[in-house]
Write a protein that binds this ligand. Structure first.
Ligand SMILES: [Zn+2]
Ligand SMILES: [Zn+2]
Length: 139
C-alpha cells in the first residue's frame, strides 16, 4: 500500500510504497529510551523523502540507525544500514487508521508496568533476531 506522512512541524514529509499495515511493538531498551515508550514502526518497500536536509540520523547500533526531524524532534524511522528499507513510525503516517498491531518483540526487556491486549504474538529479543537472521551479538 502507498501512504504519505510527515513529522509534527511538516519540514519532513514522505511518500512510502509497500507499506505493511500489520506491525509490531518493540519493548527493547533502546526503543523505549528513544520513543519514551514501546515503539510502533511499519515496514515499507521504498520511501521518498521531502525535506531530507531536516532529517537527523543517529547510529544506534552497528547495523541500525534511527531518524528524526532536526526541527521538531518527531521520530521518523528505524533503518537497517545494509539495505534500502525503512521501518517508519506508525504515528508519522497521515492516515494510521488501518494499521493493526499484531505482535510484540523484546518482551524479555519489557518493564512490568504496562500490557497490551491479549492474543498478540510475543517474541523475545533472541527469537526476533533469529527470525530475521541477525545475531544477538549484533544488537
Ligand atoms: Zn519536524
Ligand atoms: Zn526496539
Amino acid at each position: 500500500m502507498d501512504k504519505s506522512g510527515r513529522c509534527l512541524c511538516g519540514k519532513v514529509s514522505f511518500a512510502a510504497t509497500g507499506v505493511v499495515l500489520h506491525h509490531h511493538a518493540c519493548h527493547c531498551g533502546m526503543c523505549r529510551r528513544w520513543a519514551g515508550g514501546p515503539a510502533f514502526a511499519a515496514a515499507t518497500e521504498s520511501v521518498s523523502w521531502h525535506g531530507a536536509e531536516y532529517i537527523s540520523r543517529y547510529a544506534s547500533s552497528e547495523w541500525g540507525e534511527r531518524g528524526f526531524c532536526a526541527n521538531c524532534g518527531s521520530h521518523l524511522f528505524f533503518h537497517f544500514v545494509s539495505g534500502d528499507d525503512y521501518y517508519i513510525t506508525v504515528g508519522a503516517f497521515d492516515d494510521d487508521s488501518d494499521f493493526r498491531l499484531v505482535g510484540e518483540i523484546y518482551i524479555d526487556t519489557q518493564p512490568p508496568g504496562y500490557r497490551f491486549a491479549e492474543g498478540l504474538e510475543r517474541l523475545t529479543g533472541d527469537d526476533f533476531l533469529a527470525r530475521y537472521g541477525l545475531s544477538p551479538d549484533d544488537s
